[in-house]
Write a protein that binds this ligand. Structure first.
Ligand SMILES: [Zn+2]
Length: 117
């Protein structure tokens, strides 16, 4: 069943695909693209609530994101706590050395304990 018909977009005669007997647009890329645009427009007219629905989806998706970031922060805070504890140990050791050096230096600069009073 090959029937020649006129393309709705370019008005050129074409032979409809036998798998798509209702084809109204020829198979040229430009016409197919136009058909897709037309379909999208029709689809949008038929689904006016889609974007509303999408917004709802987005808000739940945002919640999921927030939840995930909270979980991440929680984990991260635990990590930070561990890091700080470790760092505190290092800092304490560093301060101990620093104070020892400081006292040593002060002692040398001040000319010993006797200079204090
Ligand atoms: Zn065409």
């Amino acid at each position: 069943m090959t029937e020649e018909r006129l393309c709705k977009v370019c008005a050129k005669p074409f032979i409809a695909n036998k798998y798509r007997p209702n084809q109204t647009v020829c198979s040229s890329l430009e016409c197919q693209y136009n058909r897709q645009l037309e379909n999208m427009k029709k689809w949008r007219d038929r689904n006016p609530n889609y974007f509303k629905y999408k917004e709802n989806q987005d808000s739940s998706w945002r919640d999921t994101c927030r939840q995930r970031s909270l979980e991440w922060r929680k984990k991260h805070q635990e990590y930070l706590k561990l890091y700080r504890e470790e760092h505190r140990e290092r800092h304490r050791a560093y301060m101990k050395n620093y104070m020892r050096d400081y006292r040593k230096k002060k002692g040398l600069a001040g000319g010993g304990e006797s200079a204090k009073s």
